[in-house]
Write a protein that binds this ligand. Structure first.
Ligand code: ATP
Length: 589
């Protein structure tokens, strides 16, 4: 497929904020995409050139992009910077400049979507001496082969800042709409998938909706789902199963602050488990004994955790497990804080030393696949029995998660206290009869922990410090996610970070290093950042506020910790903020 076709769609998509219109535009585009280009188009629609669980970054700064545009257009860098400051959109500046070129009478180029992915990946892998120069020439070459409109979007993709606001849900709805039209069914506006409770007779549209959503959840591959929907229809979609070795989006919990409300939500009797303060690990073991480990962000971390691989060798059957890896101090027999073990996720060298210094205990709390079949739809109770059957109980190494079946509030209260005393974050409550729902935040898994006034947010802006803080980014603008997948601002924090390493904790300098490559634009002391780094913040209160695009402001937000186990798409949402705002109003009454 030609890249120009996709760019026409980008343009139309960027001209509407309405989700239904975006859905229809993508559904129309899907008609034109050949099977063999579906994977590329799905990635590019999200502005990506690698699958979402691949953390490879293109690493192109706006400075380099400006030099490349200068090379391709013949315009001076100073002039480009000036125009960029005026419009705030480097892609548009690039388009305007290139449309003045002679050959730009051509409305499109010969670039295909495959060329774009290939070219971008090539740029990201250029290393070593002279690499900046080579990157520059490769980008300029790509721009020279592109039409002005294509160049606009190429630059945005290169800067990982596509800005057309397409949420995963919009892509799902577009596949549904496309499939319904393709199979000659009546199209009704896409809305939320049907809920289990209104399970009367499903209309064809509802059936398709459920089948597409489930197939996405199981395969985590929208391109495969779109192609299957095209050729094999409903039956084909239903036949897409979990594949050992392919990471699945995890099920997420809702939160409650009161025991009574939590129990009402999950039903009694309920399963109670410790909420360990570690990080989530999805374990895959195939029939031949090949073991693969993924984080919650679906990154492959098998090499970083040879200890966990050894534990899983003791599990003799093929399986997919959902677990929490918790830092464990063998001397004291106590759990250690998440902060300490989080470095194990990123470490690529001295792995054996780090493994000895910071051992983990693997707590298995769910199972999705067992021996030859998927078991994630079976009731929790049954899945738990399988866990107890196949997982050895070896505290300090690997074990089924600590669990109690509770019948009354008093039992929950005392389990909660016991869990906190053992150094855990809180407890999880689970519905005994419920299935596992990949990728959803569901009411049959509920978390309770003491401090609820915290959010996971992404940093979208900052300010260069002065005096002894000069050289560091200091005051940080933070954002949450709205329903359409846009990052909306909710406040600014400056506290919680340390000036000196000796003080313990994350420093301004560390955060500045992490953010440096994400700078999109600078004006005076202010910088605008690509939404990439996720942090947890605490705050005193949420207020309504016209100053931020979310319509809310956090009062006294302070940094708690980096959440590098979370993707920006997984941060707190505007509806979490609204819920917290309502809960706070309830408490203040
Ligand atoms: P938090 O920020 O509160 O750690 P989260 O937002 O990362 O939670 P949630 O789904 O909201 O994710 O909360 C559940 C998380 O708690 C899981 O992602 C998992 O990592 C962790 N966890 C710890 N113990 C358990 C357990 N026994 N069962 C399920 N999840 C557990």
């Amino acid at each position: 497929m030609r890249f120009s076709q996709l760019c026409d769609a980008y343009l139309e998509l960027s001209q509407t904020a309405k989700r239904l219109e975006k859905t229809a535009l993508i559904a129309a585009l899907l008609k034109e995409v050949p099977d063999s280009d579906m994977a590329e188009v799905m990635m590019l629609l999200k502005g990506r050139v690698y699958p979402e669980w691949d953390k490879t970054q293109l690493g192109i700064s706006s400075k380099l992009a400006i030099r490349a545009i200068s090379m391709a257009s013949g315009e001076s860098e100073t002039k480009i910077v000036q125009q960029f400051k005026k419009t705030g959109d480097i892609g548009q500046v690039c388009q305007q400049l290139l449309s003045k070129r002679k050959q730009s009478t051509l409305a499109s180029s010969e670039l295909s979507v495959k060329d774009v992915i290939k070219g971008m990946r090539k740029i990201s892998t250029i290393e070593g001496s002279g690499s900046v120069d080579l990157k520059l020439r490769t980008i300029a070459h790509l721009l020279n082969n592109a039409s002005p409109l294509e160049a606009r979007f190429l630059i945005r993709i290169l800067l990982e800042d596509l800005r057309i606001g397409i949420a995963d849900g919009t892509i799902r709805d577009a596949i549904i709409q496309y499939a319904l039209e393709k199979h000659g069914l009546h199209v009704i506006p896409a809305d939320k998938p049907p809920k289990a409770e209104d399970s009367g007779v499903q209309t064809p549209a509802q059936e398709w909706r459920a089948a597409v959503q489930d197939a996405i959840d199981r395969s985590n591959d929208v391109a495969k789902v779109a192609v299957t929907a095209r050729h094999e229809g409903l039956e084909g979609l239903r036949g897409i199963d979990l594949t050992i070795g392919v990471p699945i989006r995890v099920m997420l919990a809702q939160k409650e602050t009161e025991v009574a409300a939590a129990l009402t939500r999950v039903g009694t009797p309920a399963a109670l488990e410790y909420k360990y303060d570690g990080f989530r690990m999805q374990v895959h073991r195939d029939k031949e004994g090949k073991i693969t480990l993924f984080t919650r962000r679906l990154e492959n971390v098998t090499d970083q955790f040879p200890d966990v691989v050894e534990f899983i060798k003791e599990v003799k059957v093929a399986c997919i497990l959902d677990c929490e890896a918790v830092g464990y101090d063998p001397k004291t027999g106590k759990y250690t804080a998440f902060q300490q073990i989080s470095q194990r996720i990123r470490r690529k060298y001295d792995i054996d030393t780090l493994m000895k210094e910071l051992p983990v205990e693997l707590n298995v709390f769910d199972i999705l696949y067992h021996e030859n079949e998927s078991v994630y739809l079976r009731p929790f109770e049954e899945r738990r029995k399988l866990i107890e059957k196949i997982i050895p109980n070896r505290p300090g190494h690997i074990k089924p998660s600590d669990l109690l079946i509770a019948h009354a509030e008093a039992e929950v209260e005392s389990f909660y206290k016991k869990s906190l005393a053992a150094g855990n974050e809180g407890i999880m409550l689970k519905t005994l009869a419920a299935p596992y729902k990949p990728g959803s935040r569901v009411g049959f898994m509920v978390k309770m922990k003491p401090v609820m006034d915290e959010l996971d947010v992404v940093i979208v802006g900052a300010e260069w410090g002065e005096g002894k803080r000069s050289g560091w980014l200091t005051s940080f603008t933070i954002a949450v996610l709205d329903d359409d997948g846009n990052f909306v601002e909710i406040g600014r924090f400056g506290t919680g970070l340390k000036e000196l390493e000796q003080e313990g904790g994350t420093t301004f300098s560390q955060v500045t290093d992490l953010l440096k490559d994400d700078i999109l634009a600078e004006e005076g002391k202010e910088v605008r950042l690509k939404p990439n780094i996720v942090v947890e913040v605490k705050f005193e209160e949420i207020q309504r506020s016209p100053s931020y695009s979310s319509g809310f402001a956090l009062r006294f937000p302070r940094f708690v910790r980096l959440r590098d186990d979370r993707r920006p798409e997984e941060i707190s949402t505007l509806s979490d903020v609204m819920d917290a705002y309502e809960a706070q109003r309830g408490r203040n009454k």
